[in-house]
Design a protein around this ligand. Structure first.
Ligand SMILES: *Cc1c(COP(=O)(O)O)cnc(C)c1O
Length: 367
């Protein structure tokens, strides 16, 4: 099955005898012993989560998937599954919530080195005898850095370590990290999978059902940070349109990035689809499209950036990304005092409004 077909037919289709075309939401927390599907208790599994995990695995070309109650819960499950005393190599530019998970929740349990993952020599130098996990995020948040996943995969294999990739910004429409050598793929389903800014969720997909995957399954089942059947239903429903939404997000993002490059009030534009992006060649090689996220810096510092945001009509000043509506935020203000993100950087989640309206709005606000 091609991507568009599998997202529709492996998600919430139904084979129930009453012929409903869409799978019902099964709210029951418990299931009669001996049932055909092997359901027991809804923390361990339930029909809606099963359907969601099935389509997640298929989209990412993995053997299995596990759904979590948030992207942070999914990422944190990987760090929980590592043996204590493990060393993690992680990107210097990454989602701050998972950075916080590593440094706050696992302080004294694991060691972490943050490096520029687009610099392979820096990654090599960071490796220690106990390096057990390479955590990649590509494209990264919020600087849209691109990591060569194949290159890191070679290092991970030589080290006998796991390579996990947070592929939230790319989605499986534009990137399949498992095909590039990753062992695990992580997603915040809150973003493009949900796609309408109304569901919180996370996912892990594994290349192989190996011993480490069993540990992650245990974290999911025993730790219990699982999504409700209703959330799973809405995710499978949204995933059915993912391919088409991503095409719209990416085409709008490219046009907006090109407009921003041409504007004199704009200092720098970060978008992997631009030939001027330092890792454009790597992005073009490992991605099938460049996604819907664009960051840029404006002349005049934080104050000018805040003023611009206040003048916009179609871009809500809000965190998060991946919904049909455009969002913008000054990232440094959200990431707090220790951030290395430029203070005049604005991150845009380019929505599915008509591109002419978005550009016209951005143009009037840039003034
Ligand atoms: C939002 C996000 C997360 C965390 O996901 P939540 O669903 O908010 O817990 C992780 N990684 C990236 C790249 C994200 O954008």
């Amino acid at each position: 099955m091609k991507f568009e077909t599998l997202t529709i037919h492996l998600s919430n289709g139904t084979h129930e005898s009453h012929g409903a075309v869409v799978q019902p939401i099964t709210l029951s927390t418990t299931f009669e012993h001996g049932n055909e599907a092997g359901m027991l208790y809804s923390r361990a599994n339930n029909p809606n989560r099963h359907s969601l995990e099935q389509v997640l695995a298929a989209m990412e070309k993995g053997e299995d998937a596990a759904a979590f109650s948030s992207g942070n819960a999914a990422g944190t499950a990987v760090y929980q599954a590592l043996a204590p005393g493990s060393h993690i190599v992680a990107p210097d530019d990454m989602y701050h919530g998972l950075h916080n998970s590593m440094v706050q929740l696992f302080a004294g349990i694991h060691e972490v080195t943050f490096v520029d993952m687009s610099d392979i020599e820096a990654v090599k130098n960071a490796i220690r005898p106990n390096t057990a996990l390479f955590w990649v995020e590509s494209p990264s948040n919020p600087l849209l850095k691109i990591t060569d996943i194949r290159q890191i995969s070679a290092l991970a294999k030589a080290q006998g370590a796991i390579l996990a990739c947070d592929s939230t910004f790319a989605t499986p429409v534009f990137q399949n990290p498992i095909e590039l050598g990753a062992d695990l793929v992580m997603h915040s389903s809150t973003k493009y999978f949900g796609g309408h800014s109304d569901i919180l969720g996370g996912a892990l997909v594994t290349a192989k059902k190996d011993a480490f995957w069993e540990k992650i399954r245990n974290v999911q089942r025993i730790g219990g940070a699982v999504p409700s059947p209703t959330d799973c239903y809405y995710l499978t429903r949204s995933i059915r349109t993912l391919a088409y939404r991503m095409k719209g997000h990416a085409s709008n993002a490219k046009a907006l990035a090109e407009f921003l490059v041409s504007h004199e009030q704009v200092e720098k534009v970060y978008y992997p689809g631009l030939a001027s992006h330092p890792n454009h060649a790597v992005a073009a090689k490992q991605m099938h499209g460049f996604g819907g996220m664009v960051s840029f810096t404006v002349k005049g510092g934080a104050a000018a950036a805040d003023l611009l945001v206040s003048k916009l009509r179609f871009f809500a000043n809000a965190t998060s990304l991946g919904g049909v509506e455009s969002l913008i935020e000054r990232r440094a203000a959200v990431e707090g005092p220790n951030t290395t993100t430029p203070e005049n950087l604005l991150r845009v989640s380019v929505g599915l409004e008509h591109i002419d309206d978005l550009i016209e709005d951005m143009n009037q606000a840039l003034g």
